[in-house]
Design a protein around this ligand. Structure first.
Ligand SMILES: Cc1cc2nc3c(=O)[nH]c(=O)nc-3n(C[C@H](O)[C@H](O)[C@H](O)COP(=O)(O)O)c2cc1C
Length: 370
């Protein structure tokens, strides 16, 4: 394929992959697309290690990094956050009771303390923390920076451009997309509600062409519900110049998800990818579980603002659940295409299948419209 985005990065196909897993990033770039490493919840050391590993394995192919950099945040006061007083009693009791009732054992106190400390080292939500992560990324041959929540600062865009690094940002509405364009982004990623992770209300079908029109002639990637070639064809037909996928890589051998989560994803339908605030405090599409269900029940407390809800889930819920592999409480961000994910495959196969089906779609349309 040849288009502006392929030329911009010297890639064979405008298939951009979001992943928290360095193996996926490397495999997508080697397969002719562009892998982008999600930095959220990585500590500085772990980011350094991942980027060094990518540099050693990617064979000179381009790759990028994705930062959360939220526009609004609850300052966790540079590691001074106190889990005992920082999280309200009602929500803490709710999670404890939920797991006690299900017979999921509490963490031994010393283990709990160790986990909290480790957790605080991994959250990087404040501007200072975000800056530190960006500085680390600049020490590596990255070709793209993506801002996940809100627009990047002009200063960041200029700093990146001065080094030949492109900048993009995620948009759930034309208004957000225009803001990204106005700070100097090189392209915009329009994320429909089908997407795994943080997402808005508009479907890809409605959102993509609106964003394309709003920021034209800036290129747009279609995200949310893309897992196969027919969906890539739809994105291109709606005016996008490529796609950005996150969920589909979770079914690969390279992915970071545990066998338990993978199996639950293989059994899930589209209705099992629920939009909930219970995991991060912001609307996030994730695999339905007893934890996400509990917050929907009458009498459940309100979820906390981000990132406090994430602290709550990770510190009091997730660690306790994972320790005993309480499968029915496990959750992981995933989009509605989870419905199409029914067996394990490789990253390379996903890319090849996408391109094969894209060509078939083109031929079908050519026959239809001839
Ligand atoms: C497991 C997972 C984690 C995600 N975490 C982030 C993140 O940290 N930053 C981000 O910009 N997007 C994140 N996303 C969203 C993706 O960037 C992307 O918008 C989305 O996956 C596209 O829709 P799809 O899931 O239908 O492919 C995540 C998605 C998944 C599936």
């Amino acid at each position: 394929m040849k288009n502006r985005l392929c030329e911009m990065f010297g890639i064979d196909a405008p298939i951009f992959a979001f992943s928290h897993c360095r193996d996926v990033v490397v495999e997508v770039s080697k397969a002719g697309g562009l892998g982008v490493l999600g930095v959220a919840r990585k500590g500085a050391e772990s980011l350094r290690e991942d980027l060094r590993w990518i540099d050693a394995h990617i064979g000179g192919k381009p790759y990028g990094v994705d930062f959360l950099n939220p526009a609004s945040f609850e300052d966790a006061a540079e590691r001074k956050f106190d889990f005992d007083t920082g999280l309200p009693q009602a929500q803490r009791d709710f999670v404890r009771q939920m797991l006690d009732d299900a017979g999921v054992p509490a963490l031994p106190p010393d283990e709990a303390d160790q986990i909290m400390r480790k957790l605080l080292g991994e959250f990087n939500f404040t501007p200072a923390e975000g800056q530190r992560m960006i500085d680390i990324a600049f020490e590596h041959p990255i070709k793209l920076i993506v801002n996940a929540l809100g627009s990047p600062s002009r200063a960041l865009v200029e700093r990146a451009h001065a080094r030949g690094i492109k900048v993009a940002a995620m948009a759930g509405s034309p208004k957000h997309a225009v803001r990204h364009r106005d700070v100097g982004c090189d392209f915009v990623i329009a994320v429909g509600t089908e997407a795994g992770g943080h997402t808005g209300q508009a479907t890809s079908m409605v959102l993509w062409p609106r964003v394309v029109d709003a920021v034209a002639p800036l290129p747009v990637l279609g995200a949310g519900g893309v897992g196969r070639g027919r969906q890539v064809a739809a994105a291109l037909a709606l005016g996008c110049e490529g796609v950005w996928c996150g969920s589909v890589w979770l079914k690969t051998v390279e992915s970071e998800v545990t066998p338990e989560i993978k199996q639950r994803m293989f059994e899930a339908g589209p209705e099992d990818a629920v939009l909930t605030r219970s995991v991060t405090g912001k609307p996030c599409r994730t695999l339905r579980s007893r934890f996400t269900d509990a917050w929907e029940q009458p009498g459940a407390p309100d979820t906390l603002p981000a990132p406090l809800q994430a602290y709550l889930w990770w510190s009091l819920g997730r660690t306790r659940v994972e320790r005993v592999r309480a499968k029915e409480f496990l959750t992981y961000p995933v989009g509605q295409i989870v419905a199409d994910m029914d067996s394990e495959t490789s990253v390379r196969q996903v890319v090849q299948d996408m391109l094969g089906e894209l060509l078939e779609s083109k031929e079908r349309l050519d026959r239809l419209l001839d």
